[in-house]
Ligand binder design. Sequence first.
Ligand SMILES: Cc1cc2nc3c(=O)[nH]c(=O)nc-3n(C[C@H](O)[C@H](O)[C@H](O)COP(=O)(O)OP(=O)(O)OC[C@H]3O[C@@H](n4cnc5c(N)ncnc54)[C@H](O)[C@@H]3O)c2cc1C
Length: 292
Amino acid sequence: MSIFSGLEKIVKTDCHLCNYTWFGLGGSADYVITPHTVDELRTVVIRCNENELPYKIIGFGSNLLVRDEGFRGAVIKLEGEAFSQIEYKGETVSVMAGASLSKLVLDCVRKGLGGLEALTGIPGSVGGAVKMNAGGTFGDIGASVQSAMLMDKDGNMFERVKPDLVFDYRCVNITARIILGATLGLAESDPEQMLRTTKEIWIYKKNSQPLNTRNAGCIFKNPRGVSAGALIDRAGLKGMRIGGAMVSEKHANFIVAEDSCSSSDVIGLIDAIRARVKEEFDIDLELELEIW
Ligand SMILES: Cc1cc2nc3c(=O)[nH]c(=O)nc-3n(C[C@H](O)[C@H](O)[C@H](O)COP(=O)(O)OP(=O)(O)OC[C@H]3O[C@@H](n4cnc5c(N)ncnc54)[C@H](O)[C@@H]3O)c2cc1C
């Protein structure tokens, strides 16, 4: 009997993960599973445990590089209606992890709920945004999250609430395997003013990031008080290439994947950048990108 018998409708086998990431790179996973309900998700997690099958959760794959060898195990993606719901109650918004962050930001702006405009132009799911504490110069999602609904490795659901929930630069102290959703505390604001703010942020991003390319946003975290992009630029690495991977001319902390690119090209370029920045400035760059 197969590990996932009875769940065939939501399980794909030997699936190319390049179709699930913004980089469009990487080998296959043994299984890609898209549960439609929390109960189905729990069953999947329990089956993985019973069969000692490693598994990972993927959002929209906008902060991920999958190696050319792929991932031996199951990749679980929360999508469909149950995992995309957004509920508005006054200034509080409850949102499921599979919802699109960009859609959430836009909906909130239209409804006159302020607090998320800083996240304009950040792709990905709400689950990925909470896990990464997505944000930037203008603020991060952690500032608005009041609580997160989680699932542990045994399929049990529980909630973590601030101040027990602590967000820091591109991270949060969540150790549970799965983020199911989050509750956000927003504030009534003027929709027109918010729309102007989001437009300004969009223009800023369009001018400073290679948005119409295959990339995964910033590759490295900013070391304390310094911009990683500025260090890479000052080391003269803009335009540097390995195979089909290139340091963006527009933003030195972005790597752009061209048609012939493989994941090992991107990893080779990451190693080369780190070595040069260490040599020039004696600074160790830490990855913001996650590599599977
Ligand atoms: C053009 C571009 C611009 C970007 N700009 C920014 C920016 O300004 N600021 C910023 O912070 N990031 C930025 N990013 C990076 C990325 O968009 C964010 O990190 C985003 O929050 C990742 O969300 P995702 O759903 O794509 O997560 P994924 O890339 O799919 O996953 C990222 C991590 O989150 C985990 N994860 C995802 N969903 C869940 C879940 N439900 N439960 C548990 N774990 C989960 C994954 O296992 C993985 O560890 C940018 C990326 C691109 C391509």
